[in-house]
Each structure stands twice: as C-alpha cells, then as structure tokens.
Write a protein that binds this ligand. Sequence first.
Ligand SMILES: Nc1ncnc2c1ncn2[C@@H]1O[C@H](COP(=O)(O)OP(=O)(O)O)[C@@H](O)[C@H]1O
Ligand SMILES: CC(C)(COP(=O)(O)O)[C@@H](O)C(=O)NCCC(=O)O
Length: 412
Amino acid sequence: MDHLAHVSNQPNTQPQSQISHLALDIGGSLIKLVYFCRYDDSCRDDDELRSQNESLGSKSDNSRPVLGGKLHFAKFETSKINDCLEFIHSMKLHLGGFHDCTAPSSDKIFIKATGGGAYKFADLFKEKLSVSLDKEDEMECLVTGANFLLKAVHQEAFTYLDGQKEFAQIDPNDLYPYLLVNIGSGVSMIKVDGDGKFERVSGTSLGGGTFWGLGRLLTKCKNFDELLELSHQGNNRVIDMLVGDIYGGTDYAKIGLSATTIASSFGKAISDNKELVDYKPEDISRSLLRMISNNIGQISYLNALRFGLKRIFFAGFFIRGHAYTMDTISVAVNFWSKGEAEAMFLRHEGFLGALGAFMSYEKQCLDGLTVNKIPQRFPISVSSAGNKIYCSMNGKSNGNGNESIECTVYGT
Ligand SMILES: Nc1ncnc2c1ncn2[C@@H]1O[C@H](COP(=O)(O)OP(=O)(O)O)[C@@H](O)[C@H]1O
Ligand SMILES: CC(C)(COP(=O)(O)O)[C@@H](O)C(=O)NCCC(=O)O
C-alpha cells in the first residue's frame, strides 16, 4: 500500500480498540488524516500532566479522569483515494466516528471531514466503508486547526530566513489578529481575529497545484518531492529575466531594484532561442518555485497591509518544510513590507484542516462512541487557558510535520 506518510511509530501494531476519532481533510491534491490513539494506561491521574496544565495557566480538575494518547497524522494523494480507503479499513479507523444520537437511524457512523473531497467522495466512503461524512467548513477547520496548534503545541511556529530557523514564542493571549495563508492546491488568505472569528479576505489560483502541475509538465518529474529536490541544484537566472539583463548589468536604483532582482519570471525563455529540452529541469524547477513563492509572499503581504496585520502564518503542504520555499516567501514578505511584517511557518503545516475537523467532534453528542464504547466523553477544545487538551511534541521535527502529538484529554 502506497501511503505517503504516517506518524505513529508503528500504527499497525496498535490495538484497534485504542484508536478513535478519525477526521479527514480531502483536498484537491492530498488527503490528510488525523486520529487519536489512547495509551493503554490512559485513564489515570497524572501528576506530570497536571503540572503541565498548571504551567499552561489553567486549573487542574482532580475529579476528571485523564485520557493520555497521541494524535496521529497521515496523508495520501487524492488521486490514490483507494489506498487511503484501504488504510482506513485495515486500521479500522472508520469505526472511530460517532453515532448521531439525534438522527432517526442512530446506527449510522459519521466521520468528520472537510475539504472539497468531503462532498466529492461522500458516496465512495459510504459504499466502501459504510460511513457517512459529516462535513465541516474548510475555512473554519483551517482556522480552528491553526489556533489549536498556535496555542497548544510547543514550538509549533517558526521563522525562516537566510537558512536560520527560529522558533517563535507565541503568547496565546496575544495571538490575534493574524493572517493565515494556506497554500494547498490553490491559496486562501484568511484574516483571523479570534476563535471562530475570521474572514477569507483573498486567494489566488497560483498555488501548490500550479507549481506541481506546471513542474510535472515541464520537467517530467514523477513526484512532488523529486521536483522540490531538483530545485536545490537549479539556477533560476538561466530562465528568469533579471533587472540586470534589461539594464545592462546595473541596478535600477532609482526605484529600488537591484540588478539581481527578477524582473520577469521565465522571461529569458522568449529570447534565448532555446527549446524546452535545452533547459535543465533543475533550473526550471528553481524558477517555478521562486515564481510561485514570490507571488504568494507578495499577495500575502499586500493583504496583511490592507488590514494592518503584522504576523503572517503560512501553512499548507506546498511548503513541505522546504528551506528554499520558506526562504523565498520570507524574503518576499520582508522585501515588500520593508521589514515591517514577518512570515512564520508551522510544523504541522499541512494538517490544519484535518485538525480543525478533528476538533469539531467536540460539537457532537459523543455518548455513543463506537470504539470500544469509551465511557468518557471527549471534550477536545483549546480554550484560551488551554485547559482541556495538552500537547507536547513527540520527537524532533523532520520538517515534514509528521510527528505525532502527545496529548491529554480530560474525560467528563
Ligand atoms: N506528495 C505530494 N503529492 C502531491 N502534492 C504534494 C505532495 N507533497 C506536497 N505537495 C504539494 O502540496 C499541495 C497540496 O497541499 P495541501 O495543503 O494538501 O492542499 P489540498 O488540500 O489542496 O490538497 C500540492 O498541490 C503540492 O504543491
Ligand atoms: C478552492 C480552495 C479553497 C480549495 O482548497 P484546496 O483544496 O486548494 O486546499 C482553494 O483552492 C482556493 O482558495 N483557491 C483559490 C481560489 C481564488 O481565490 O482564486
């Protein structure tokens, strides 16, 4: 089975009854899965977690049991949805949904799902797994996921400039407003003012799908990571027309453009008298990556300026923890804002929507949990005091956002 990534150490060895609450984000390019896996001894009072709780500024409640476990993440290409269905089936993840106690037929299992595929593939899930997809709004899920990560997960956000990664100290009480830029197949820009308070203020169709789609056509690369890898070795100046190419090697200082600034992405191709085969795939990949990243960085900054936002968080699987992508976006934001605005990135960049869908289980009547009839309800939410779910990262970041998140949930 060709699933791209999963984060649990050995998911297939987990006792099935420990897995619960599967949530999906089915996007234009990738399907993202989040599910919760309890530890065996999870129903316990845990002093360490209580002190963690107190350090987060919330009061511990000794009367409630603690469910310890991990959030696991996985992703599949949307075009390989059958692999995803097989994975869910083999792990029995589809049983980790909820019964709608209010529905006439309460034997139905619902799985929380967001993204366009929650609509497009609803019948397929019903046919293959006998589950219904309970649809949650994509923008709402992105915002819920971002707020959760920024408030609850240690060292989630970081800046990246000149090869230097620096974790940002995020004060949960001073988080808003910010601009969330989700770079998936397309790009959404969302002004976030609070929990559930947001507005999608802009977007662009020149996103991750454009980079991968054009890149595949122009370079014959077989997968996304190969294309990204190629860009490492490439030189965009071979294809991009620089200010210096137009100005005889000099800056256009009067308007603040150096000779090395890209004047026109892919512009050299009009006059080089070359065919596609004459360009190296790595140079094409590099130019393409800069074109898309610069453009998104610029539009993001303009929207931040429009609403007076200082912080811009970039997410979505286009970024892929890739140094050059993050560097280019950071430089674009820095350049256009003259250092006023800052680009930040998230370790779990691609899982915001799926996490948001996962959080939305909180809204449901959860008494009829289907997995092992867990007696506790599952109040997942991150209040400003962070007093229901606690997280710490498990293991070091590998840049893919594929770590599991240790989390603890109070049962009620
Ligand atoms: N393994 C991969 N296969 C395809 N695209 C990938 C892969 N890894 C990263 N990407 C990039 O991530 C984008 C999808 O990001 P994602 O946040 O999952 O958006 P969506 O919800 O639209 O699928 C793709 O368009 C591509 O640029
Ligand atoms: C339609 C979408 C919200 C779908 O989300 P995605 O699957 O790309 O993550 C997104 O592709 C988008 O915002 N596109 C840009 C459309 C526009 O504003 O021009």
